[in-house]
Design a binder for this molecule. Structure first.
Ligand code: FAD
Length: 385
């Protein structure tokens, strides 16, 4: 089956939009570590970032498969959705667990892009992958909560109005399960920025607009709490399948970009008076990467199918992310090798995409942690941590 026929109109429209943002646009942003504001604006105006928000709140009410198609095509076109993909799915926590008042207050503005909800503060410098040992606290004080602590790798915080924050409301030694006592807050950063909230950018190997956050007695209203106090960890987990599926779609798009770029180049580049693509040493890594990509794409389709049936496809969503990230990385590697020295030259975009593709072995969840999930939850082996 040709999955590219799925949501074909959306795919075509996204591809056309991306034509307005060619390699030199991304190279300039990359050089300056600048936020791709015009690109994000164009996606916002086209409504794509509100694709998954229900119509009653001003979104397009599209299924997850449409969100996946949008992100895949962005990456397949050589663009990068990391600057804004979270605007598409971070709202899911508010949609699923927020009160009617919170949904009515925020979702219409998130849908039309006038309010940016694309910062997600979970990871901390000391706890890392071990989320439940995070140290940021939220203490109730009358009609407010007071937040203290620090987050790291909070991407897009400088380009977001709202922050979805995970903090501890009950100390870890006072709860039965370490996953209890964590709560989710929807923080309006505009009211606290540069007062009790400091955002410090982190320069990274690719252009990613990621930051560190420092909370110093940050006072937020109690109605910023999403759902019930102490249940935040499960609210965050409930959004993980969608996130894994959407990130896997980006990886599939990247893999297609690398394979297309490399196979075209291999057919044109002539060395020893014949195209380098005539050599099986060049062909086979690309054929193998293509096979990996197609297999990952199949698993991704299965994850999406189950998700859209209302099931909880933890196994398939994790497998999709693992296989798609591996396929994109194998494609990136084969592409650089095919380009030889030119793979390192900025003007071909290969080295930029190579740096960008590497991230998905580590974030939003690392390959090791997916393997560990599979070992424990699918294969029934003892928990390793
Ligand atoms: C560019 C970028 C953007 C990000 N954006 C966000 C964001 O917006 N919001 C957010 O909250 N976080 C974000 N993250 C954080 C990301 O989710 C974490 O980096 C990732 O989950 C790994 O955590 P860590 O960096 O603390 O690694 P650590 O937990 O320090 O782990 C280091 C290495 O050890 C491995 N490891 C750890 N424990 C085990 C174990 N038990 N078994 C096997 N291997 C193990 C890990 O897999 C990893 O490879 C971002 C990260 C990056 C780099």
């Amino acid at each position: 089956m040709n999955y590219e026929l799925d949501h074909i109109d959306i795919r075509d429209a996204v591809t056309r939009l991306c034509e307005g943002f060619p390699g030199d646009y991304w190279r300039q942003c990359d050089r300056d570590q600048a936020y791709p504001t015009d690109f994000v604006q164009a996606l916002t105006e086209a409504g794509y970032l509100g694709a998954l928000i229900p119509e009653e709140f001003g979104g397009l009410s599209l299924p997850l498969s449409a969100g996946a198609a949008i992100l895949e095509e962005i990456h397949r076109a050589g663009c990068n959705a990391a600057a804004c993909h979270a605007q598409m799915y971070t709202m899911g926590t508010v949609l699923r667990h927020g009160s009617e008042a919170q949904k009515a207050k925020y979702l219409p503005s998130v849908a039309d892009g006038s309010l940016r909800l694309q910062a997600f503060g979970v990871t901390e410098p000391t706890s890392g992958t071990d989320t439940t040992s995070l140290r940021t606290t939220a203490k109730r004080d009358g009609d407010d909560y007071i937040i203290n602590g620090q987050k790291i790798w909070t991407s897009r915080a400088e380009h977001s109005d709202l922050l979805l924050l995970l903090a501890r409301t009950t100390p870890r030694d006072k709860v039965q399960k370490k996953t209890d006592g964590l709560s989710v807050f929807l923080v309006d950063m505009r009211t606290v920025l540069n007062k009790s909230l400091t955002i410090r950018p982190i320069r990274t190997m690719m252009n990613h607009a990621t930051t560190e956050l420092f909370f110093d007695d940050m006072r937020i209203p109690a109605d910023a709490l999403i759902g019930e106090e102490g249940k935040g960890f499960r609210y965050i987990l409930s959004g993980m399948n969608a996130e894994r599926i959407l990130i896997a779609s980006e990886c599939i798009g990247d893999a297609k970009w690398f394979i297309n770029k490399a196979s075209n180049y291999a057919s044109e580049r002539s060395v020893f008076n014949r195209p380098i693509g005539q050599n099986q040493g060049i062909q086979f890594p690309l054929s193998r990467a293509y096979s990996q990509m197609r297999a990952a794409e199949l698993m991704l389709r299965e994850a999406i199918r189950l998700y859209e049936l209302g099931e909880n496809p933890g196994e398939e969503a994790n497998l999709s992310k693992l296989l798609a990230a591996d396929a994109s990385w194998a494609s990136a590697e084969a592409c650089v090798q095919t380009f030889g020295g030119f793979g390192f030259a900025e003007e071909y975009d290969v080295e930029r995409k190579f740096r960008e593709a590497r991230l998905y072995q580590v974030a939003p969840i690392s390959t090791n942690l997916i393997l560990s999930y599979l070992a424990e939850h699918v294969l029934g082996m003892p928990r390793s941590y």
